[in-house]
Design a protein around this ligand. Sequence first.
Ligand SMILES: *[C@@H]1O[C@H](CO)[C@@H](O)[C@H](O)[C@H]1NC(C)=O
Ligand SMILES: *[C@@H]1O[C@H](CO)[C@@H](O)[C@H](O)[C@H]1NC(C)=O
Length: 688
Amino acid sequence: MVKKVAVVVVAVFIGILSSINADTDPADASALNILYTSLNSPQQLTNWKASGGDPCGESWKGITCSGTRVTEINISGLGLSGNMGYQLDKLTSVTTFDISNNNLGNQIPYQLPPNVQRLNLAGNGFTAGLPYSISLMTSLKYLNVSHNQIQGPVAISFGSLTALSTLDFSFNSMTGDLPQSLQSLTGMKNMYLQNNKFTGNIDVLGNLPLENLNIENNQFSGRIPEQLKSIHLQLSGNLFKDVSAPPPPPGTPPPRRPPNQNEKSGATSSSLHSGGSESNGGGGSKSGIGAGAIAGIVISVLIVGAIIALFIVKRRSRKPSADIEKHDNLPFAPPASQQSQGMNSVQSSSTTGTMETPVVIDLKPPPVDDDLKSFDDDDIFVPPVPPPKKVKKGPINAKLYSVVDLQRATDSFSVDNLIGEGTLGRVYRAQLDDGQVLAVKKIKSPFLSNSKDFIDIVSEISMLRHPNVTELIGYCSEHEQHLLVYELHQNGSLHEFLHLLDDQSKALTWNNRVKIALGAARALEYLHEVCSPSVIHKNFKSANILVDMEFNAHLSDCGLASLVHESLDQASGYNAPEVSMSGQYTIKSDVYSFGVVMLELLSGRTPFDSSRPRTEQSLARWATPQLHDIDALAKMVDPALDGLYPVKSLSRFADVIALCVQPEPEFRPPMSEVVESLVRLVEQANMS
Ligand SMILES: *[C@@H]1O[C@H](CO)[C@@H](O)[C@H](O)[C@H]1NC(C)=O
Ligand SMILES: *[C@@H]1O[C@H](CO)[C@@H](O)[C@H](O)[C@H]1NC(C)=O
C-alpha cells in the first residue's frame, strides 16, 4: 500500500517536473515541428521532434531561446533538403534565422519569422523570386540570399527596411533595373549585387551611406554617381560609360568593347579583371597585315562591328524606357513615379497595420506562371502568349489533410460548426488535434469535374501570399471530397458587420470602414497587378471580406474564379453591367464590384434590397447619381455611424466610388490608384 502511494507520488512529481520542463511556447514548438517534417525529419537535427516536444528545454540543435520563446534558429551547413514549411511566421520572437549552405530548393516561403534581424538563406538552390513578406520585416538588419539561383526582378519593396545595413544578393540570376525603393535604405553599409543580370543605372544607390558596394559582372550602364567614388567600390564587368572622359562626338566609333566586358572609371578602386579585354585588343591589332585589299575588308568589318557595338550599348542604356513600354502592354501599369509616390506615402501609414503597395507590378510568386495560363484562360488578362504548356506543376505550398482529420476537427461537419455558406460551398470551423482553429471550405461537387483540376487550383491558390488575402493552410482531396483549409478570422465577414449585427456597439467606425476598404483594395491590387498573369477574383463582395480583430481585411475565395461559372449571382447587385449583359469578367469588373462594396461601407445598405422601393433596390443604380452631392451624401450615409464621420473624408470616399462604378470598364481606375487614394484618406484620418 505504502509502496503504491510512493509510486503514485513519484509519478505525479515526475509529471509536474516534466510539465515545468515543457516550457516552450506551444506555437513556437508547433512551427518547429512543421519545419522539421518539411525538411524530411533529418537526423542531423538532433533532439528535434515531428510533433510536440520542448525545443527550449530539450536543447534542440541550433535552437536558442529566451524564456519560453525561440529567439534564434541556426541550422546552417547541415546538408538539409526539403522545404521550410509554412508556419515560420508564427515564430515572432526569432531574431536570427540562418539556414544557409544547405540543399533547399524551389522557393523561399512567404511565411518567415516576421521580426527577424539576421536572415541568411544563402548557399541553397532557391530559384523563385524573393517573397514579398520580406518587405514587411522592419527589424531586418542583415539579409543574405547569395549563392542561390534566384531569377527575375527584385519583387520586394525596401521602403520600410530602414534598419537594413547588409544586403547580399550576389551570385544569383536576378534581372531588371534596381527598384526605386532602394533609396529608402538609410542604414545601408554593405551591399553585394555582383554576378547577377541587373540592368539600368545605379543612380538610386547614390545617396545611401554605403561603405562597401560590389556590383561586378552585371549589365549596369549609365554613369557612376559621384558620391560612390569615395567608398570601396567594385564595378568591373558592367557597361558603364567612362566617367572621366567626355562622351565621343556622334559618329566616332567608340573604343572596341568585347561583349560583356568591362569598361570602368579610372577614378574608382574597381578590382582589375580587365586582362581579358587587353588581350582581345591585342588580337584586334592583327588587322595591320600588309595586303591592301584584305586590310581594307578587315577595317570595314571592324568599323561595322564598332557601329553595331555602339548601337547595342545605346539600346542597353535605353532599357528602362523599353521596360516601361513593356509594362504598358500589361493591363494597368502605373507610371513609375506614381509607384514610388505610393511607396512613400504608405510608409507613414504603418499605424493602420496594413501593408504597402508593391514596387514591381509584373511579378508574382513565379514558378507557376505556366500553370496559371492553363488555370483558366478566359479569366486571365494577358497579352497573347504561346499556347499553355502543361509542364510540371509548382509545388503545393499547403498541407495535405485526410477526410478523417477534417471530419474529426469539425465534428463530422456538424451544423454547430457551420460558420458560413458561400456560392461554392459551406464553411466550417475546425479544431485540429494540435489545437489550431481553422476554416474548412467544402467545395460543392458540381463545381469540380475531377480531382486533377482541384489539385491544379490548390497549387495556384497556395502561391497567393499577401497579408490581405486569406491564407490557404491546407487541402484535402479524397473520396470525391474537395476541401480547402484556410486561416480563420473569428471576427466574421464585412457582410455580417454591416448587415447582420444589430448590436449598435459593434457598428464599424468611419476609420475602420476606410481601413477595411484599403485592405480589400490592396488584396485586389495584388491579384491584378502583382500576380502575373493577373488573377481576376470574379466574386468580390462583402461576404468574402473577412475582418480580423484589428479590422484588417482578408479577401477570401481568391483563385477560385475558374469554379465560378458565369452569372451565378445575377441579382447580387455586385456585377458590373458588362458582366450582367455578357458575362464579361475582367479585372475591371472586379473594380466595379469593389466600388459596390465601398457603397455598402458608406451607406450600410445591401447591394440589392427587394424590400425597398423599386428605384432604390439596386444600391449602385440608386446611389451613383448622388455621389457628388454633399447633401444627398449626408442622407445616404449609414445611420449606424450616428453622424460620426469627417465630411471631407466621406466626400473623398464617394469620389473614389464614383470612379469605380462607372458603366464603361475602361474608365474605371486600376486598383493601385484606388489604393493610393485610400492611403491618403487613412493618413488624413490619422492626422486629425
Ligand atoms: C550559424 O552557425 C555557423 C556554424 O555553425 C556559423 O558559421 C554562423 O556564423 C552562425 N550564424 C549566425 C547567424 O550566428
Ligand atoms: C552570405 O552568405 C555566403 C554563403 O554563406 C557567404 O559566403 C557570404 O560571405 C555572406 N555574405 C555576407 C555579406 O555576409
